[in-house]
Design a protein around this ligand. Structure first.
Ligand code: AMP
Length: 403
């Protein structure tokens, strides 16, 4: 069985075709600048990379003007006898769509039908930058593949198991009941995947473990997973909350917004933009949102770069401590995503700062990138692990289960 996994943004579309017999991606790619001049498809099959630019699109008779033409071109690339991997679209058994927000309605993935589309539209209010793009991608696929089952896999769904004391904000209760303002949490697919994989690697039943998963990428979040269920997570009503991130500020005193509005004569939208795009380690360092650039600058003695790294490490440590308390214990701490998988220094700094929990880094085991393994010493009471995330595979697995 082959499953196509799609992740649609407002002007981009990422895809993977996954062969479920061996759970391997057999082709993947990215469409960028959808609806803009210079739209381009980069398609990969094994080690081979093919770029389909405007000229080639013209020659193909298919120019990327919107999500529908983007999906059509992806299907053409997948079925093309030169760069493709399947002979016909009929080989695609189902499409799994990444959808950012499922609100309170969806605690798990769901087969898409007209009722589901209605809910997704309602949830657009909660994720105005993401859900409309996800919906556009689903509709484009439905038009081109009307008989292929489609599944929506939500970033928020895994965290729907949080108890009320973890998800409610201390605002007037009607703000929750009437406006749905509460903690939803994000990166759910990744947290769920790495928690499952960690249990497998430990040879233990997920239902018996208390795990803290640290998804440390450009967007970053920590989750407390007790017996397989998310009981708390650092992102909140939006993905702005929690840890300091590449460009997002994470937790700040909410009164800062009103203060800056008066003090700097900024609009709410301007402040929102600043908190989302100009803050985090970029704002602190003044150098970059990419940890590699910041680490290089810190090594060269840049103090603001060092500050940004210290703040990030401190935030991760603080959340791990909080979630160990939330679960009244912790058995395993998992690092994943761009930084979590590749940056041994940050992993070591975090673990060294929480040694009171009974976890110690094994420098030799930690000297690795992107490989699933235990990175703590054998005598650690709490096990630290590196688990590469694979959100696409998780989406494909959930899609397969449902169809
Ligand atoms: P993601 O959002 O999961 O793709 O993660 C992207 C982020 O991972 C980048 O912004 C980098 O800051 C970080 N990253 C990737 N590789 C490394 C590395 N070798 N060392 C430090 N940070 C890295």
């Amino acid at each position: 069985m082959k499953i196509l996994v799609l992740n649609c943004g407002s002007s981009s579309l990422k895809y993977q075709l996954i062969d479920m017999t061996n759970q391997q991606a057999i082709a993947n790619g990215l469409v960028e600048r959808i609806g803009l001049p210079g739209a381009i498809l980069t398609h990969r099959k094994g080690a081979d990379k093919f770029v389909i630019d405007h000229e080639k699109q013209l020659a193909n008779g298919l120019v990327i003007t919107d999500h529908k033409t983007a999906v059509a071109l992806v299907i053409k690339a997948l079925t093309c006898d030169k760069i493709g991997i399947i002979t016909s679209m009929d080989e695609i058994s189902a499409v799994g769509h990444r959808v950012v927000h499922g609100g309170e309605k969806y605690a798990s993935s769901v087969i898409i039908n007209a009722d589901v589309m209605k809910v997704l539209n309602e949830c657009s209010k909660l994720a105005p930058l993401h859900n409309p793009a996800n919906i556009t991608g689903i509709m484009a696929c439905q038009e081109l593949m009307p008989t292929t089952p489609m599944v929506a896999v939500f970033d928020t769904a895994f965290h729907q198991t949080m108890p009320v004391e973890a998800y409610i904000y201390s605002l007037p209760y009607e703000i929750y009941t009437e406006h749905k303002v509460r903690r939803y949490g994000f990166h759910g697919t990744s947290h769920k995947y790495v928690a499952n994989e960690a249990a497998k690697l430990l040879g233990k039943n997920l239902n018996e473990l208390k795990i803290i998963t640290c998804h440390l990428g450009n967007g970053a979040s920590v989750a407390a997973i007790k017996h397989g269920k998310s009981v708390d997570t650092s992102m909140g009503f939006t993905p702005l909350a929690g840890l300091t991130m590449g460009t997002r500020c994470g937790d700040i005193d909410p009164s800062i917004i009103a203060y800056l509005a008066h003090e700097m004569d900024l609009s709410v939208d301007e402040i929102d933009n600043m908190m989302n795009k100009k803050s985090g380690v970029l704002g602190l360092s003044g150098i970059s949102s990419d940890f590699r650039d910041i680490e290089t600058a810190a090594e060269q003695g840049n103090q603001r770069a060092q500050l940004a790294l210290d703040v990030f490490t401190y935030h991760v440590k603080k959340y791990i401590g909080a979630y160990a308390a939330a679960m009244n214990g912790v058995d395993a701490i998992v690092f994943t995503a761009g930084l979590g998988e590749n940056d041994k220094v940050t992993r070591a700094n975090v673990i060294e700062g929480i040694s009171f929990l009974g976890v110690n880094i094994d420098a030799e085991k930690n000297n690795v990138r992107g490989q699933a393994r235990i990175i703590s010493t054998n005598d650690s009471k709490v096990t630290a692990l590196l688990i590469p995330t694979n959100e696409e595979l998780m989406i494909a697995q959930e899609t397969q289960e449902l169809i």
